[in-house]
Design a binder for this molecule. Structure first.
Ligand code: AP5
Length: 213
């Protein structure tokens, strides 16, 4: 599980590690954005929370995750990215994993200063089609404004404005940061200094996650 504030680089690293391991990356933020884009009832409901940087209610998220973890491609393991974000979500995850016969083996905390988070989020550009992320300075696409992977025009996420980012950081401090102590007490938390380059963080994440599975 990848845990950390908005913009810490969880998605960037989770996509790569999941690909390397041949397991799915399960990112609640991506799943919610897909529902918003498809205009489903879940998407319409979630959007009002996401646009102001608030968390979507725990019962909605847990139902979404229960459905996702039950899919066949999750049988051999998965990388959780951006979930859980509250203590009730962590408790719900424990129940789900018990029922499925899985075990949470490692929680990796991405440690990044607030100034760097603001720089990363306000410069982020995302692909609305394949969810790849770029940064206008530190990870630009080969062709400006166009996704390297699928050729779709890149967009700035609605919740990446400075005012909404500040609210997301506050929500993280209040509702998600308590998970650090929760998992530290279980002895499965590893802190990764995540302020270096994408390559340096990749190495640190691989060391923390263990080379194998
Ligand atoms: P979500 O999509 O999960 O957003 P988040 O946690 O705020 O995380 P981000 O996607 O913003 O950041 P990231 O850490 O993945 O960073 P990234 O790799 O993109 O959630 C969005 C919303 O959905 C929430 O606000 C909430 O409303 C709702 N939601 C989702 N899950 C929920 C849940 N479980 N419960 C309730 N509500 C939920 O990198 C950021 C930028 O930095 C990119 O531009 C990247 O290119 C760049 N970058 C990455 N690494 C580096 C590096 N090492 N050096 C320089 N630049 C870097």
């Amino acid at each position: 599980m990848f845990l950390g504030p908005p913009g810490a680089g969880k998605g960037t690293q989770a996509r790569e590690l999941a690909q390397q391991w041949g397991v799915p990356q399960i990112a609640t933020g991506d799943m919610l954005r897909e529902a918003v884009a498809a205009g489903t009832p879940l998407g319409r409901d979630a959007r009002s929370y996401m646009d102001r940087g608030a968390l979507v209610p725990d019962d909605v998220i847990l139902a979404l995750i229960a459905e996702r973890l039950a899919k066949p491609d999750a049988k051999g393991g998965f990388v959780l990215d951006g979930f859980p974000r509250t203590i009730p979500q962590a408790e719900g995850l424990d129940r789900l994993l018990r029922d499925l016969g899985h075990e949470l083996t490692r929680v990796i905390f991405f440690d990044v200063s607030e100034a760097e988070l603001l720089r990363r989020l306000t410069g982020r550009r995302s692909c609305p089609n394949c969810q790849a992320t770029y940064h206008v300075v530190s990870a630009p696409p080969r062709r400006e404004g166009v996704c390297d992977r699928c050729g779709t025009a890149l967009v700035q996420r609605a919740d990446d404005s400075e005012a909404t980012v500040r609210n997301r950081l506050q929500v993280y401090a209040q509702q998600t940061a308590p998970l650090l102590e929760h998992y530290r007490a279980r002895g499965i938390l590893t802190r990764v200094p995540a302020e270096g380059s994408i390559e340096q963080v990749r190495e640190a994440v691989r060391d923390a996650a263990g080379a194998g599975r």
